[in-house]
Design a protein around this ligand. Structure first.
Ligand code: SF4
Length: 419
């Protein structure tokens, strides 16, 4: 991974919740947002606590009405993760949320733009040392009535980019807004600039990263249900994070927000930006060689191990022994299915050959026993994997090893793609 972009750092939270740092050398954090009404205190608390349990570092709540900010003290008292108040249209909701002890405010320049109102929020936040996210959204920056005229007028800006006029508008809006914060000498700021278009998200954040040194909250907004939302979000956020851009993330799904947390964490683990807690599952996609109900087995293994294993054990569930061992390289525990049976390996040692219906139970017991050995210091994760025998040369082709050993494979350094 490339070096992370250097930014200022802000701190969110308090003694009770613990402090989450965003930007600078802090790890990339994962956020989500409650889906229910904030004034429904019990439901909101339940939602926030299950999000925290799933691994959310920060949770945002909407506060459209006075009754929502009135609910905040009770919600804050019953939860233990930093909470952000999402404020639109009514700056007083921000002041009320600050008064209630909220940990961070999100303002939208598209709907709270009065300088005096913004100044009053800045002053209240400064007094309580609360950071503010300035979140421009593609959807709320354009006066809808002259959308087309604006697009033409601004077409020359970033003309080589899809939605270039929107990028220009989002940056202009941000610059204007942040001038208010600069004039107040307030720099506890995080920036976001979301769109539903992943390509635009990549471009606009890349431009912003070159212009400001505030930490960036990444997201593709209104990304759809989990099925499409994952792809849209991970395409854009993965590209940005791979370029060192991004300090906190939110995946937005029209679905249970717990998935946003789970997928956000998985994305960071895949990019090497977060240490994995719990099992890393490798599974084959199956093909015509399959002889067990692998999809069912994989789902059962995933849910069962997620509950019982808290170490990052690599577990492979493979459909056959033809390609399985090669594809399971690096696994601590592996099962190769075939002929309605499963052969189980633990760190390269074959430990069992069981019937299909016994695979899950035996795999679980082997994983638990291996976890105990690792915890006791008698085994090490990733130490002895499934033994991989390089393929024999086929015809005129070697296995690849000869070419490397003969120095015919040039070493290259992969540099981060910058757009
Ligand atoms: S492991 Fe076997 S069953 Fe699974 S995709 Fe590979 S060859 Fe097919």
């Amino acid at each position: 991974m490339p070096q992370r972009r250097s930014t200022r750092q802000v701190t969110v939270g308090d003694e009770r919740t613990g402090l989450v740092r965003i930007g600078g050398d802090a790890p990339v954090s994962v956020q989500t947002m409650t889906a229910g009404y904030t004034h429904d205190i019990d439901a909101c608390v339940r939602e926030i606590n299950s999000m925290a349990e799933a691994g959310a570092d920060i949770v945002r709540v909407a506060v459209p009405e006075r009754k929502d900010t009135e609910a905040l003290p009770e919600i804050l008292a019953q939860t233990s993760v930093p909470i952000v108040a999402d404020v639109h249209f009514h700056f007083k909701r921000a002041l009320e949320a600050v008064e209630a002890g909220i940990h961070k405010i999100r303002l939208n320049p598209g709907n709270i733009s009065d300088r005096d109102q913004v100044n009053s929020v800045i002053d209240a936040c400064r007094e309580r040392r609360i950071p503010i996210r300035v979140g421009v959204n593609e959807g709320s920056i354009i006066e809808r009535k002259d959308k087309q005229a604006r697009a033409q007028e601004l077409g020359k800006f970033f003309a080589d980019r899809k939605g270039g006029h929107l990028i220009a508008l989002m940056i202009a809006k941000l610059e204007e807004y942040l001038d208010i914060f600069d004039a107040r000498d307030f720099h506890d700021v995080i920036i976001s600039a979301k769109s539903m278009d992943p390509a635009l998200v990549i471009d606009v954040y890349t431009e912003i990263a070159d212009r400001f040194d505030y930490p960036l909250h990444l997201g593709v907004t209104h990304a759809g249900p989990r099925e499409t939302g994952t792809i849209r979000s991970v395409v854009a956020l993965g590209a940005l994070l791979s370029s060192g851009i991004g300090d906190t993330v939110r995946l937005s799904y029209a679905s249970d927000p717990i998935y946003e947390v789970e997928d956000g964490i998985e994305m960071l683990c895949c990019l090497g930006l977060r240490e994995r807690r719990g099992v890393e599952l490798i599974a084959c996609p199956t093909c015509g060689r399959i002889q067990v109900d692998l999809f069912k087995l994989v789902q059962e293994v995933r849910t069962t191990l997620a509950e019982k294993i808290d170490l990052p054990i690599k577990v492979a569930v493979m459909g056959c022994v033809v390609n399985g061992p090669g594809e399971a390289e690096g696994a601590d525990v592996a099962v190769f299915a075939g002929d309605r049976r499963g052969i189980i390996y633990v760190q390269g040692q074959r430990v069992a050959n069981v019937k299909e219906e016994e695979i899950l139970e035996r795999l679980l017991s082997e994983c638990l026993a291996f976890q105990d050995r690792v915890k006791a210091g008698d085994a090490k994760l990733g130490e002895k994997n499934v033994e991989i025998v390089p393929p024999d040369p086929i015809g005129d082709l070697g296995s690849g090893i000869e070419k490397i050993q003969a120095g015919q494979v040039e070493q290259i350094t992969v540099s981060a793609p910058r757009r």
